[in-house]
Design a binder for this molecule. Structure first.
Ligand code: ZN
Length: 321
């Protein structure tokens, strides 16, 4: 009896096992049929995940790059020359600093005007002329400026001032600002601290003998500034934000177009009064900018109008509202 039951059970169980085996085989078969589709679905999922990861990584990298640019801008300066954009960035940096120092905003929704621009609505620009005075061109430039009633800033070389002291005196007498472009136009970043001081002191001595006072401001040749220069110049440094490259384009129409198209409110424009083609362009530049609503100030006037107190060893490319 027991054996029989056992047999029956055994038979049932083996039937059951057989059934299950069948089912399993069927399932495996179905799975095999579906496998290519599962493979495709899995591949799509993988691609989507990979793309998301790439997007996240790129986003992170972008943010990092942005920060690096700001840091670099805050800490280093171009070794040779200075493009208009670098000058703008530097100015932007200065503006940001002032904002933070003056009023740390507690609420992000609060209205933005932290630094209220003085003389709202005025468009101001400072024309500056380097490397003179030149016996052959600076007198003619002064005639044009007098006729147009425009005051500019001359960054003169000590050794040029020595040669033409009368032109320096005329610049001062006619209301222009006369500042230092160093004694002999050396690239200051290549000099020792002592040599930098000599370049500044040399020009100051000449200016003092010719005009009665040393320079208040320095324009480093090539706009070239580093930590050693900052530490040894001992005066505020004025760079620029509009550079028509008049030394390269000896063509009045090009110089005029470059200046007029690039000038903005608060810009400092770099030109050279030693090039006759530049002097040829100045009358039209003044007319064009005036027609666009610009007023002409010296560099010190522009800084004062924009409420900027110039610091020794700091460099400035523009004075925006
Ligand atoms: Zn120069």
């Amino acid at each position: 009896m027991r054996d029989k039951i056992d047999d029956e059970i055994l038979e049932e169980v083996s039937e059951e096992v057989e059934m299950q085996e069948k089912n399993l085989t069927e399932k495996l078969h179905r799975a095999n049929v579906r496998w290519p589709w599962l493979k495709i679905v899995a591949a799509i999922v993988l691609v989507v995940v990979a793309l998301s990861v790439v997007a996240i990584v790129q986003h992170g990298a972008g943010q990092e790059t942005g920060e690096t640019v700001e840091t670099e801008n805050g800490q280093t300066e171009p070794e040779t020359g200075m493009g208009p954009e670098e000058g703008k960035l530097e100015d932007g940096k200065t503006g940001e600093k002032t904002e933070e120092e003056k009023q740390p905003e507690p609420k992000p929704e609060a209205p933005k005007p932290v630094t209220v621009p003085q003389n709202t609505g005025r468009k101001l620009v400072a024309l500056t002329f380097d490397d003179g005075p030149s016996a052959s061109t600076t007198g003619r430039l002064l005639d044009i400026l007098a006729a147009k009633k425009v005051k500019v800033t001359f960054f003169v070389l000590g050794n040029m001032a020595q040669r033409s002291p009368a032109l320096i005196q005329r610049e001062v007498a006619e209301g222009h600002e006369v500042e230092s472009h160093t004694m002999s136009h050396q690239n200051l970043v290549k000099l020792s601290g002592a040599a930098i001081q000599d370049e500044i002191a040399g020009a100051d001595a000449v200016l003092k003998s010719v005009t009665g006072s040393p320079a208040k401001l320095v324009r480093p040749p090539y706009g070239s500034v580093n930590a050693t220069v900052r530490a040894n110049v001992g005066k505020p440094m004025i760079i620029w934000t509009v550079d028509p490259e008049d030394w390269k384009y000896r063509n009045a129409a090009t110089v005029r177009a470059n200046v007029v198209s690039r000038t903005f409110d608060g810009a400092i424009v770099l030109m050279h009064d030693i090039h006759s083609t530049t002097v040829d362009a100045v009358g039209a530049i003044i007319d064009d900018l005036r027609a666009a609503g610009y007023e002409f100030l010296t560099v010190s006037e522009l800084a004062a109008e924009r409420g900027v107190v110039l610091q020794n060893g700091a460099s400035y490319g523009s004075f925006r509202p």
